[in-house]
Design a protein. Structure first.
Lengths: 459, 288, 424
């Protein structure tokens, strides 16, 4: 019996419990044991199904989460000499898994791996049997309890609704758990990093070269973790992005909401939405393959030395990515200004642009600023464009034609690839992550607050 | 287009039909004399359409100098639509089309050469709901003179703002807090601020679209009093739901029904001896 | 002075300012559209040729001496035979003029190394081929492919281009007899990743994305809807609920890479879940998508007229019943719209997957949620890093496939939204 079948069996048993409980209540009523039911028969059914089925399902899922690792540990334990078989434990486990899942890999695998795979299969079968037995007995015990405790006097609807409500509440608290998870994970690893590198050095140091030397006598063997060049690079690229996105986004929102004929509006808005839906990896590719070389070529033709991974290329493409975001927020904010304001101004003989510049924009300013803050936060946290189109080496400069690196680029470079998890190099990524999270959090917080206040003003 | 956006554009009046008595013998040709001597504006054979739907049918009406014309009629009769034709505010509504002539100084305001900016400076407007800009009281009134370049320096501007507020009867109440936001005033004060704002550019005609419908009776009385004052310097067209208001503030009254101008005449005649059956029924409160 | 005259004197200037302002707006829109065109144009121009692939026709002699010397037709023997030798022999025969080690190696390099597997699969499927000679179309090496697609400039001096005159001569001679041609590139859709451009395909990445999205959907849709229902209908107004709402709004704007860090620290290092797998990727993307779905679902629930709920409560339904029987069914299309948009975003997301190691070089398409896999956007990222022109082309083609999926999903969302708008 496969685990997948078991879950269907458990679900089927739970539905049986549903119908059984429902019937039983109706029968008891008919037999005049009680005058009337406190709730609808369905509620008794649901309560019966939950009481009988939920514990078994819980056991099932917890079991499956841990089964693989436990079995693999046992398999590795019986192998005569696991260390000699593959470079790392992970690779060995990978080999065994391949042999289990793929007949072709099984045939090509060596003797020990095949043995391990066979052993795993055996254990797995036993485990599935044990799982089946456990789940079914849990179900049986719970069903007996249902028989004993589920009486017509139980206020089934209230209980069922309480359980559902609890489940709903649990689901909504996941957002808190996620935030807590982010904060804890980043904070924990970052604090380990700050045991080796001081906070001051990290925040104010001007040198960033996280490559730990292999030999003691190598230059910069200790690595340098001054993040200022990264912050500067991030700001430079975000600044260029906003220079592109803010005017184009805002002006196109104004044009679309105030000037464009309905037909153009109907055609352009979805196109901007497409621009917003394009994955960032695509923008990154565009920046690296098209814009970067084009800027470099253009620079050469006018005698400028432009790095092929210049901040300008990455910032420009990031700006293009943010245009629809700025435009859609500005559009929301501008249309939220009541029509009466427009009428008032136009009725005085103001032109459209005067109305826009002197009445609507000042009125919408808080909302627009909030939107721009959100856009900046997005630019700072954007990863793929800069990973693909910005530089890797830390370079403290304000020249947009040079290559700079950013916080997100460094996080990716430090964490992608195989390395031991405890080195300051990988932990530094979490320190950067903490900084990034904190900065974007503050920006978002201010922006959301400003936008909310703005919305309330016109509601 | 997004449905919410469509709804955001206020269509001046619902176009649903009101209860109509005796559909069969409706005669909707205008009763009474629509002309006046020395008119400020002339409406001639005006038809207005919202998309396919016609809202105004062949209306002829003169707006007299230094007098108040009231437009009355049941909801959906097109009075606000016609009012907005006079300074081309209907241009701002998608799908709205105006046929016929609206003349000012013998020139059609719908002429290609006519600039709505200039027209609206000469034909000011006060709206149903007070709509001061989210700026200071001073800046609200100074808005028109500033955009139209009517002043050379701050002294000029202050003078215009003061006179306008004074003429709107608001100066005494706000002279100590000119830099406070106009939105902080009471409803009646806001509406008078809007009137001050409108007269700051010295228009010749002021259009008022139910200016008191959002106000309490005391504020309403003040506005009505103000309209009586303003009449000395401006020509005023007022759309109102209240027959009493029309009777109190206007010299001439035009009664509209389903987009037709049914009857027009001196206010006294309309309210004492209405000639058209529909006018009579409306005035006596049989429907509306 | 007469105010009208004053106004008239300024009119021309004001109308010019108006026109200028309008022009700025129009320019902005045109620029935005131009960027969109440039983006799509450059990707299509780079990528459309990747949907074809150059094949070379070779008379392959399935030499029994090479494949199955003992004639036992044993699976293992057939499986591990040296099929590459068959290819080599065939090329040498086709171009006997090539002599010497170097020239012969050049010759064999014209054919994709994957051809050996192609021949192996044919033999395994039909052992009767052994001993016969078949004219078989085999994939050409990516350099030959690039030449056929016009990316290699023949006018460049010989030592600066990837193919020398001799090989170009071979290709031209095959062209004359139609022994080389471009065909639809099935490998691109049917294979996993490879170090060789001509053998690389997106099937593995597609499977990985699919499995990841299933986990994402299973996590974020039910929980998102449940959270939205709770917050809209049952949540008391207190500090705790405010905290939840603030959290949801903030999470929606947290950079995606942070979610990757979360996945790395919590799911992989703490829970010990397997690296590089769709299940971890799906969980991370699910947490990331959750706020989007909650927010969209709440908007959707809010848009149900309150009268419907009141009517249900009025006839004695509990709040739970009113919600589940009456409000939710009406709100479902709106929730689905939000979910599809969230899924589309998750499908295009790359950064968090890098963090949890879905960047590994994986040849075989994943068969399950716990097998190492990569995802389509990550595959794009990996290929974009490769210097070969063949990979640049395939990157663009993979982007086109990704965009087709995204546009289809967004179109579905728009369609659903339109249907909802029409009903109310």
């Amino acid at each position: 019996m496969s685990p997948l079948f078991l879950i269907f069996l458990l679900l089927a048993l739970s539905s049986a419990a549903y119908f059984f409980s429902q019937r039983r209540m109706l029968r008891q009523v008919r037999n005049a044991n009680v005058a009337r039911l406190s709730s609808l028969p369905e509620h008794f059914g649901m309560l019966g199904a939950i009481w009988a089925g939920a514990p078994a399902l819980l056991v099932y899922f917890v079991w499956l989460i841990f089964e693989g690792d436990i079995l693999m540990a046992q398999v590795l334990a019986i192998l005569p000499d696991p260390e000699s078989m593959a470079a790392t434990r992970e690779l060995l486990i990978g080999d065994i898994r391949n042999a289990i899942n793929n007949p072709m890999s099984y045939q090509m695998a060596n003797e020990e791996v095949r043995m391990a795979a066979d052993r795993y299969q055996e254990l797995s079968q036993t485990a599935t049997l044990a799982l089946t037995a456990t789940c079914l007995s849990v179900f049986a015990i719970c069903s007996a309890l249902v028989l004993k405790f589920l009486t017509p006097q139980v206020r089934a609807r209230v209980r069922v609704e309480k359980i559902i409500r609890g489940f709903l509440l649990l689901c909504s608290t996941l957002a808190i758990f996620t935030t807590v998870g982010i904060v804890l994970s980043v904070l924990f690893e970052a604090s380990r990093f700050f045991q080796t590198v001081s906070v001051i050095e990290f925040l104010f140091g001007l040198e960033w070269s996280p490559q730990m030397a292999i030999r003691e006598d190598q230059v910069g063997s200790s690595g340098a973790f001054g993040a200022v060049p990264l912050f500067a690079g991030t700001l430079l690229i975000s600044f260029i992005a906003m220079l592109v996105a803010a005017p184009i986004g805002l002006m196109s929102a104004i044009y679309l909401s105030e000037y464009a004929p309905a037909k153009i509006r109907a055609a352009v808005k979805p196109m901007l939405e497409i621009l917003a839906g394009v994955p960032t990896v695509v923008y990154g590719f565009f920046a690296a393959i098209t814009v970067g070389p084009a800027l470099r070529g253009f620079g050469q033709s006018i005698g400028l030395d432009v790095a092929s991974e210049s901040a300008l290329a990455a910032g420009f493409v990031m700006g293009v990515m943010i245009i629809p975001f700025v435009s859609s927020i500005s559009d929301d904010v501008i249309t939220a200004v009541p029509q009466a304001m427009r009428d008032g101004s136009l009725g005085m003989g103001a032109t459209n642009s005067e109305t826009m510049r002197r009445v609507i924009l000042p009125a919408a300013l808080p909302g627009i600023i909030g939107g721009l803050l959100l856009a900046i936060s997005r630019a700072i946290g954007e990863t793929m464009i800069v990973v693909m189109a910005a530089g890797l080496s830390a370079n403290l400069t304000a020249n947009p034609l040079e290559a700079v690196t950013t916080v997100t680029v460094q996080i990716v470079t430090l964490l992608v690839g195989d390395q031991e998890f405890d080195s300051p190099k990988t932990l530094a990524a979490f320190a950067l992550g903490l900084t990034l999270f904190f900065v974007t959090l503050v920006l978002n917080f201010i922006a959301l607050y400003v936008v909310r206040k703005y919305r309330e003003q016109y509601e | 287009m997004d449905i919410t956006e469509t709804l955001a554009i206020p269509i001046p009046e619902q176009l649903d039909s009101p209860a109509v008595p005796d559909q069969a013998d409706l005669d909707l040709t205008t009763v009474g004399d629509f002309t006046v001597p020395d008119p400020r504006m002339k409406i001639r054979d005006v038809n207005v359409f919202y998309g396919q739907k016609q809202a105004i049918f062949d209306v002829n009406l003169d707006i007299g100098s230094n007098s108040v014309v009231a437009m009355i009629g049941p909801s959906g009769c097109g009075k606000t639509t016609l009012l907005r034709c006079l300074n081309r505010m209907n241009d701002t509504i998608d799908g709205c089309r105006v046929e016929g002539r609206v003349e000012m100084d013998d020139k059609n305001v719908y002429d290609r050469k006519m600039d709505p900016v200039l027209l609206r400076a000469r034909v000011g407007m006060v709206f149903q709901k007070p709509n001061p800009f989210p700026k200071s009281i001073f800046d609200n009134v100074a808005y028109g003179p500033r955009i139209h370049g009517l002043v050379r320096d701050r002294t000029d501007l202050e003078e215009i703002v003061h006179t306008s507020l004074e003429r709107a009867g608001l100066l005494d109440e706000v002279k100590d807090r000119m830099d406070q936001p106009g939105t902080g005033l009471s409803g009646g004060q806001q509406q008078r601020l809007c009137i001050a704002r409108a007269i700051a550019v010295s228009p010749e005609v002021i259009l008022m679209d139910e200016p008191c419908s959002a106000l309490d009776p005391i504020a309403t009385a003040r506005i009505e009093e103000l309209i009586g004052e303003l009449r000395k310097n401006f020509s005023i067209v007022i759309v109102t739901h209240s027959m009493q208001q029309a009777a109190r503030v206007s010299q001439r009254t035009a009664y509209f029904h389903l987009g037709y101008l049914v009857e027009v005449g001196s206010t006294k005649d309309i309210f004492t001896t209405p000639k058209h059956q529909l006018t009579e029924e409306y005035i006596t409160g049989r429907f509306g | 002075m007469n105010p009208t005259k004053q106004i008239v004197s300024g009119l021309a200037r004001r109308q010019r300012a108006e026109k200028r302002f309008r022009l700025y707006g129009l320019t902005a829109v045109v620029l935005g559209m131009a960027f969109l065109l440039l983006l799509f144009g450059s990707i299509v121009a780079n990528g459309y040729k990747a949907f074809t692939q150059t094949y070379i026709e070779l008379p392959i002699y399935f030499d029994p001496a090479v494949i199955d010397p003992s004639s036992e037709r044993d699976h293992q023997t057939l499986f591990s035979a040296d099929y590459w030798k068959l290819v080599k022999t065939a090329v040498y025969q086709k171009f006997p003029q090539a002599s010497g080690r170097k020239e012969r190696r050049e010759l064999t390099r014209m054919v994709s190394e994957g051809s050996a597997y192609e021949l192996r699969d044919q033999v395994l499927e039909n052992p009767r081929l052994i001993g016969t000679t078949q004219h078989i179309w085999l994939a050409a090496d990516d350099d030959i492919d690039m030449l056929m697609k016009g990316y290699i400039d023949r006018n460049v001096p010989e030592d600066e281009r990837r193919l020398n005159d001799r090989i170009i001569g071979y290709v031209d001679s095959m062209r004359e007899v139609d022994a080389i041609e471009r065909r639809f590139n099935t490998t691109f859709f049917a294979a996993g990743d490879s170090r060789e451009p001509e053998q690389a395909g997106i099937l593995g990445a597609l499977m990985g994305s699919f499995l990841t999205l299933i986990v994402t959907l299973l996590l974020s849709f039910p929980i998102g809807v449940a959270a939205a229902v709770y917050l809209e209908e049952f949540a008391p107004r207190n500090r705790f609920i405010d905290l939840i709402e603030i959290n949801i709004n903030n999470l929606a704007a947290v950079p995606s890479i942070i979610f990757g860090l979360l996945g790395l620290a919590i799911f992989i290092n703490w829970f010990g879940m397997p690296r590089s797998t769709p299940v971890v990727g799906g969980l991370v993307l699910g947490l990331m998508t959750l706020p989007t779905i909650i927010i969209a679902s709440r908007v959707s629930i809010q848009s149900v007229p309150p009268s419907i709920k009141e009517a249900a409560l009025g006839v004695g339904a509990s709040r739970m019943q009113a919600m589940f029987h009456h409000v939710l069914p009406i709100a479902t299309p709106g929730m689905l719209t939000g979910t599809i948009i969230g899924m589309a975003r998750a499908l295009g997301e790359t950064a968090p997957l890098l963090m949890i190691g879905m960047v590994a070089f994986i040849v075989d398409p994943p068969g399950g949620f716990t097998e190492p896999a990569t995802a389509l956007p990550v595959q794009i990222f990996l290929w974009s890093d490769s210097p070969e022109r063949g990979f640049t082309e395939r990157t663009s083609a993979a982007i086109l496939v990704l965009l087709v999926f995204l546009i289809a999903m967004n179109a579905a969302a728009v369609y659903l939204r339109e249907r909802v708008t029409k009903r109310f």
